[in-house]
Ligand binder design. Structure first.
Ligand SMILES: Nc1nc2c(ncn2[C@@H]2O[C@H](COP(=O)(O)OP(=O)(O)OP(=O)(O)O)[C@@H](O)[C@H]2O)c(=O)[nH]1
Ligand SMILES: [Mg+2]
Length: 474
C-alpha cells in the first residue's frame, strides 16, 4: 500500500518540507529506505523549527522598547538628527564612527570646489556668448590658472564618489562632451551630483546595524591618497574660495555656498592637516544623501537604570521617489519626528523645480498628519535649520516675496510663529478621528550638538511618558 505523506499530521505543510512521493512500484528495501529518509527529514525539520523558535525568542527579548521614525523631505535634517541622537545617547559608539566620515567630508569639500569652478565656467560662457559682463564680474586670468591647477581634483572626486557609492556614475565625465569654444572653459556638468548612500552600503545591516562596517584596506588607501591630494592643493582651493572676483560672481549667480549642505570651504586648513580626523561637529555637517530605509538599533549608554535603553531609529530617504519606502513602518512605530526645514522658503525642490520647498513641506506634513495608520503614533515636529533662517532674514531675504500668504514682518520670531501655527492647525484639522496625542514642537538646528542634546533629552522623556500614559489608558 502506498503512503501519502501529506496525510500524516506530523508533517506540517511548509514550503521547505521535504516530501517524497512513493516510487510507483516499490520493493520492500526501497520502502524501508524511503521510510528511513522520511524519519530523518522529520528529525531535521523539527530541529530547524526549534532553532527558528529560539531565534525568534532571542529577537523578541532584544526587540527595542521604542521605535522612532524620522520623516521629512530631502535635506530636511533626518540623518543629522540621527547623528545628534547617537552623539548624545551613544557617545562611545559615535566616537568610534567618526573616522568613517573622512571620505564623505573630503568629497563634500571637493564638490564645493567643483561647484565654484562650474559657476566660473558659466560666467565665462556668458561673456563668450555676448552678454555684457561688468568688469568686477569677469573671470580673471588668475582664476583660470587656479582652475587649471585644481583640475586633478576632479579625478579624486570621482574616485571617492565611486568608492562611497559604487552604483553611481562618476562625478564628472573624463572627456568633456561638447567641443569647447576657444576661451571658454569646459563645464563638466552644471552641478556635481550629491553623495548618495544606499541603506545597505556603508552601514551594517541586521540586528546590530547601528554602526559602520569596518573600513576596508582599499577604502583606507583611497582615503589616504585623496587626503594627500587635498593637502597638495589646499592653498589653491583656499585662494579660489577667498578670491574677491569669485565671491562677487557667486553672489551675482545667487549661490550662497555657506547655506549649502556639506559646506567645508572654511575648514580647508584643518581638513588638510596631516593629523586630520573628523570632529563630531564635522560629522554633523557632513552630507550623505539617504537612499531607502535604514534601521538603527541603539542601546543608550548614558543615564541610570537598564530599562528603556533599546531604541530603534528608522532613517529614510526624503526625496519624492523615496517616500514609498516610508509606509511599511507606519504601523509599528512609537513616534515620528517630522523634520520641517524652515530655511526652504526661497528654494525649489531638486526633483521638481516648479515646486517651492516650503510648500512641499506643508503638503507632506498634511499627508502625514491625515494618515490613518498613524492615529496612535506620537507626533514630534522639529522646525529645523533655524540658524539658516536667521542668517537669510539677517541678510535681507524677504520671506513674503517667496511665500505670498505670509503677511507679517520680515522677522525671525514672526516667521517661526507663522509656520508653527500653520503646522499645528494642519495637525488639528487633518488628524484622523481617535487621535489623542498632542503634537510637540521644537525649534532646532540639528548641527548644534549642545542645543540638540537638550531637545533630544526632552523628546526621549516625552516619548517614554506618553507611551506609559497610553499603556495605562489601554
Ligand atoms: N546649518 C544647518 N545645517 C543643517 C541643519 N540640519 C541639517 N543640516 C545639514 O543639511 C544637510 C542635509 O541634512 P541630512 O540630515 O543629510 O538631510 P536628510 O533629511 O537626511 O536628507 P535625505 O537623506 O536626502 O532625505 C547636511 O549637510 C546637514 O549637515 C541645521 O539645522 N542647520
Ligand atoms: Mg538622510
Amino acid at each position: 500500500m502506498s503512503v501519502i505523506i501529506q496525510s500524516q499530521p506530523q508533517y506540517p505543510p511548509r514550503p521547505h518540507s521535504v516530501v517524497w512521493p512513493p516510487a510507483p512500484i516499490e520493493t520492500h528495501e526501497q520502502k524501508l529506505r524511503r521510510l528511513a529518509q522520511q524519519r530523518e527529514a522529520f528529525r531535521v525539520s523539527q530541529a530547524i523549527d526549534r532553532e527558528l523558535a529560539q531565534e525568534r525568542a532571542l529577537l523578541a527579548n532584544k526587540a527595542p522598547q521604542f521605535s522612532l521614525l524620522l520623516l521629512g523631505q530631502a535635506e530636511s535634517g533626518k540623518s543629522t538628527t540621527l547623528k545628534a541622537f547617537k552623539s548624545h545617547f551613544t557617545p562611545k559608539a559615535f566616537a568610534s564612527e567618526l573616522d568613517h566620515w573622512t571620505a564623505v567630508i573630503m568629497l563634500n569639500l571637493l564638490r564645493s570646489v567643483h561647484m565654484i569652478l562650474d559657476a566660473m565656467a558659466r560666467q565665462d560662457a556668458l561673456a563668450f556668448h555676448g552678454s555684457e559682463v561688468e568688469p568686477h564680474l569677469t573671470v580673471t586670468t588668475y582664476i583660470r590658472q587656479l582652475r587649471e591647477i585644481l583640475l586633478p581634483l576632479f579625478t579624486v572626486e570621482d574616485t571617492l564618489h565611486l568608492r562611497i557609492c559604487p552604483d553611481n556614475q562618476p562625478a564628472s565625465p573624463t572627456v568633456p562632451s561638447d567641443p569647447t569654444p576657444p576661451g571658454v572653459w569646459t563645464t563638466h556638468r552644471s552641478v556635481s551630483p550629491e553623495v548618495l548612500v544606499h541603506s545597505a552600503q556603508y552601514y551594517k545591516m541586521g540586528p546590530d546595524s547601528a554602526h559602520f562596517q569596518p573600513l576596508t584596506a582599499t577604502m583606507k588607501q583611497v582615503i589616504k591618497e585623496s587626503h594627500a591630494a587635498i593637502r597638495k592643493y589646499a592653498l589653491h582651493m583656499k585662494a579660489l574660495w577667498k578670491n574677491e572676483t569669485v565671491q562677487a560672481i557667486l553672489k551675482a549667480q545667487k549661490i550662497s555656498m555657506r547655506e549649502l549642505s556639506g559646506f567645508f570651504l572654511d575648514d580647508i586648513d584643518r581638513i588638510a592637516a596631516e593629523s586630520y580626523s573628523p570632529s563630531e561637529d564635522d560629522v554633523l555637517k557632513a552630507r550623505l544623501k539617504t537612499h531607502g530605509a535604514m534601521e538603527h538599533r541603539i542601546t543608550i549608554e548614558t543615564g541610570v537604570g537598564s530599562r528603556n535603553k533599546d531604541w530603534l531609529i528608522i532613517d529614510v530617504g526624503g526625496a519624492r521617489k523615496q517616500r514609498a519606502t516610508w509606509a511599511p513602518f507606519f504601523q509599528h512605530v512609537t513616534a515620528i519626528i517630522f523634520l520641517f526645514p524652515l530655511s526652504t522658503f526661497d528654494q525649489q525642490l531638486e526633483e521638481d523645480s516648479k515646486v517651492n520647498r516650503m510648500e512641499d513641506n506643508m503638503a507632506l506634513w498634511r499627508e502625514i498628519c491625515s494618515n490613518t495608520l498613524l492615529t496612535k503614533v506620537q507626533f514630534i515636529l522639529f522646525l529645523n535649520k533655524t540658524d539658516i533662517l536667521k542668517a537669510k532674514i539677517k541678510s535681507g531675504t524677504q520671506v513674503n516675496y517667496h511665500i505670498t500668504t505670509y503677511k507679517g514682518p520680515n522677522e525671525y520670531q514672526e516667521v517661526v510663529k507663522y509656520v508653527r501655527s500653520n503646522c499645528l492647525k494642519i495637525y488639528k484639522d487633518c488628524s484622523p478621528r481617535g487621535r489623542r496625542n498632542p503634537c510637540s514642537v521644537h525649534l532646532t538646528s540639528a548641527i548644534d550638538r549642545k542645543s540638540m542634546s537638550h531637545v533630544l533629552a526632552q523628546v526621549r522623556e516625552h516619548i517614554m511618558n506618553n507611551q506609559l500614559a497610553n499603556t495605562k489608558i489601554l
